[in-house]
Design a protein. Structure first.
Length: 447
């Protein structure tokens, strides 16, 4: 009976239809609004950050490091042992759990054109991997030119990333110079190789697009040396990236199968620093958003205090006819939970809707900001000759567009956390309301 009475009294407080709007009634709306407003950025942050981190992780793992790398250690630093690489490749492909494997020689160097020079990751590979490796086929897109020219040109062209092409103002058919290093008589000297640009490619992750230079592996063997580059076999598996035990077992199996002058590294070993950075950034953002929700829930405490002050006479009358302290306390705890629930019912759907349309919203805001900026610039200078458009999101180190993934399980956890915070925030003022002294209340009312 106590539970039902408390719940009904809480409903009466929340849905009071009296004509007189008291401070307590207004504070309920304010508390609901604050909680809803705090939940919207929380949902937006977890939806966007998870999707962006997953998108960047997918590209780093599948295109840069692969699921595993078998790295060679050559005793002779003068030339690559291509026969050894081919034999090892066949052995790796025969290991159960390996879905794909391909050879890769990589080094860092400079790429130059008539417009300047920039650093690059030079990767020599079999051109056919852009057709046969699903991740390359799916994630790489030709911005200019055609990737087919790369594997149909008999080793005469290279693929360059979108960032390099923009920085050096390169297009398909242009000539670039690859500047690498080599040792001659224990001295490191530069080596320059001229190549034609076959196509400009992009994987959608700007940090990687600013580094890519792909050339055929036969050409790479000619211009690169083992002592200044890394030769490896890139390995893809059917194991889940979260299956650490399965990855470790497969790593051991590959090392046992090949067994000479090699080391096998997992994706989490090769990209440890990047993934730690991603995780810490996401946790920091979520922590900040939870602090905002906590501050919003504290409004519930002040809201219940105001309601108690408005309803002191009502509480005193209820207690004078036999209502227990626990019933009054539970009623105001229910009020706090209802306020939190109302904020959740408004804030979570709004957050999901904004998250799903975040790219359109940012584009719209950019148009408004640029319109105002153009008007101001024109008034100040009389022309728009040197005006540059304002970008609200700098895509230099992120994905070209903001991906969105709604993590419903995480959202459910944050809903429960918000309800718990609402309960905690309402407990102390609700307890004090239950301890209200009837005689003192009537004495003050009479005076």
């Amino acid at each position: 009976m106590t539970f039902k009475s408390s719940f009904l009294y809480a409903l009466k407080i929340i849905f009071s239809h009296g004509t007189k709007k008291t401070v307590g009634t207004k504070s309920i709306k304010g508390a609901v609004f604050c909680i809803a407003l705090s939940l919207i950025p929380l949902v937006l942050v977890i939806s966007v950050s998870d999707a962006m981190i997953n998108g960047m992780t997918e590209r780093l793992v599948n295109l840069s490091s692969s699921h595993m790398q078998l790295q060679f250690v050559y005793e002779n630093p003068d030339s690559f042992d291509k026969a050894l690489m081919d034999i090892s490749l066949e052995k790796v492909r025969g290991v159960e759990g390996v879905t794909n494997a391909y050879e890769m020689i990589s080094t860092t160097g400079l790429v130059s054109s008539n417009k300047g020079r920039t650093g690059a990751t030079i990767r020599a590979c079999d051109p056919e991997i852009f057709k046969t490796v699903p991740s390359y086929n799916k994630m790489f897109n030709a911005i200019e030119g055609d990737i087919k020219d790369f594997y149909e040109s008999n080793g005469q062209t290279v693929l360059i990333g979108k960032g390099i092409a923009e920085k050096l103002q390169l297009k398909p058919g242009d000539t670039i110079r690859l500047i690498t290093t080599q040792k001659v008589n224990d001295k490191i000297i530069p080596k320059m190789t001229s190549m034609k640009v076959g196509a400009v490619i992009s994987c959608g992750y700007q940090e990687l697009d600013s580094l890519w230079v792909f050339l055929p592996i036969e050409k790479g063997i000619q211009i690169l040396k083992p002592d200044t580059s890394l030769s490896s076999i890139m390995i893809e598996t059917d194991r889940s990236l979260s299956d650490q035990k399965g990855f470790y077992q497969l790593q051991q199996k590959i090392e046992e199968e090949v067994g000479y002058f090699v080391s096998v590294y997992r994706w989490d070993e090769l990209n440890h620093s990047q993934f730690e950075n991603f995780s810490s950034t996401r946790m920091l953002l979520v922590f900040i958003m939870l602090l905002i929700v906590l501050v919003a829930c504290i409004n519930i405490s002040s809201c219940i205090v105001m309601i108690c002050l408005d309803r002191r006479k009502e509480i005193a009358i209820l207690k004078s006819v036999g209502t227990s302290n626990s019933t009054i306390t539970m009623s105001f705890i229910f009020v706090g939970l209802m306020i939190g629930l109302a904020g959740i019912l408004i804030g979570i759907p709004c957050g999901i809707i904004i998250s799903l349309n975040v790219n359109n919203i940012i584009w719209f805001i950019e148009q408004i900001v640029n319109l105002v900026a153009r008007i101001g610039y024109f008034i100040a200078n009389g022309n728009l000759n040197s005006f540059y458009s304002i970008r609200l999101m700098d895509d230099t180190y992120y994905l070209e567009s903001i991906p969105v993934h709604i993590p419903f399980i995480q959202i459910l956890l944050y809903i429960l956390a918000t309800l718990v915070l609402s309960l905690c925030a309402s407990f102390i003022p609700a307890y004090r309301a239950g301890k209200e002294k009837v005689c003192e209340t009537f004495r003050k009312a009479g005076s």
